[in-house]
Design a protein around this ligand. Structure first.
Ligand SMILES: Cc1ncc(COP(=O)(O)O)c(C=O)c1O
Length: 367
């Protein structure tokens, strides 16, 4: 087979970054200034790094229309650090807030609750009801006990390929969401949440950084046992600079936020993302069962399209042929098998079109 003219990387993360951002990144990150330093060689206590932090925060605040009573932190580390940071900060045994409610929607929510169980009494308040097609827990049926410190959801299950079509109402109990794999893919009503977190390597930038958006009243919880770098209150007091912040990732994130704004903001992102996902799901659904998507239609993820070959013995051949056709990183997560195409913001329609064309050809040759 001749070598493909374009190669499309469907990795779930670290994922493809926008070409326009990569084109700017060299100049922004690696060109020495009059002070003899590049952007990633300057002290984080100095004005230059503080200015980048401020501009990244301002751009993100504008994109998401983050209300004034929320703080935005750019912290070192991944979303898994937040699996511990959330209970360490939000539990308050002195006020009887010892229990944390978790919704079990798949792989990442289970990982989150395993970590939380080190610090909290975990109450699983919702899970998929066992129907044939997989789905996120139905949001209408939740009864979160008022004594819970918070209620945690994984907004988009990257591995399972499912997403919540609506947010649950948790009453007085703050809703906490891991939004790692759907962050910035569409507008988000921040006011529905007490706290959100997203690691960067899907739609924000390179790995090694996590964005935390936290409602100010939650910073008043004592967080007595939280190590300083994981303590939201201390980090908020010091602008996320209690230790060295992930400077390179913040620079790149600022460029990504700028790119999103230039393309028309989150509504424009959502429109393109919906189109990409609709085209791919349509190709799966119209394949007469050659390809199948196991998720209930209304709960299908727009960013992580999980699908399978009805004849699983063809999966390896599919992956080899796809790679040769310039379509890489389509293997499903080892816990669920099959195939997965991650369609984050930086994946253009052309990449999805190339995948769909390949899928049709593969079906013709192997159906
Ligand atoms: C939904 C979700 N949560 C958490 C994580 C873990 O993130 P990290 O590897 O940044 O710790 C991932 C990683 O893919 C994820 O998709």
């Amino acid at each position: 087979m001749s070598s493909p003219s374009a190669v499309w990387n469907f990795a779930s993360g670290p994922a493809r970054l926008p070409d326009a951002v990569l084109a700017r990144a060299g100049d922004v990150l690696f060109r020495r200034g009059a002070d003899g330093a590049t952007a990633i060689e300057r002290p984080f206590t100095g004005t230059a790094v503080r200015a980048v932090l401020e501009s990244a925060r301002e751009r993100l605040t504008q994109l998401l229309e983050i209300p004034a009573n929320y703080r935005v932190l750019f912290l070192a580390g991944g979303a898994m650090q937040q699996f511990s940071a959330v209970p360490l900060n939000l539990l308050d045994p002195d006020s009887d807030l010892r229990t944390a409610a978790y919704a079990d929607s798949g792989y990442w929510s289970r990982r989150a609750m395993q970590e939380a169980a080190r610090f909290a009494e975990v109450s699983v308040i919702a899970r998929h009801d066992g129907r044939e097609a997989l789905a996120a827990p139905a949001v209408g049926k939740w009864h979160v006990p008022t004594g819970c410190a918070y209620c945690h959801i994984t907004a988009n299950e990257t591995v399972d390929g499912l997403a919540y079509p609506a947010w649950p109402d948790t009453g007085e109990v703050p809703l906490v969401a891991d939004v790692t794999s759907c962050f910035l893919s569409a507008p988000l009503d921040i006011s529905r949440f007490g706290l959100l977190y997203a690691s960067a390597q899907k739609n924000i930038g390179p790995s090694g950084m996590t964005v935390v958006i936290v409602r100010e009243d939650l910073l008043r919880r004592p967080a007595q046992s939280a190590p300083s770098p994981l303590c939201y209150r201390l980090q908020a007091e010091q602008d996320g600079c209690i230790n060295t912040p992930p400077v390179m990732a913040i620079h790149l994130a600022a460029l990504v936020f700028e790119w999103i704004a230039e393309l028309g903001g989150l509504s424009a992102m959502a429109e393109t993302n919906r189109r990409k996902a609709a085209l791919l799901y349509q190709a799966i659904d119209s394949s007469d069962g050659f390809y199948t998507a196991p998720i209930l239609v209304a709960h299908r993820s727009m960013t992580n399209v999980r699908f399978h070959l009805a004849d699983d013995s063809l999966t390896e051949r599919f992956l080899i042929d796809a790679e040769q056709a310039g379509l890489t990183n389509l293997r499903g997560h080892r816990h669920v098998g099959g195939l997965r195409a991650s369609l984050y913001n930086a994946m253009p329609l052309a990449g999805v079109g190339a995948l769909i064309d390949f899928m049709k050809e593969f079906r013709q040759s192997n159906g």
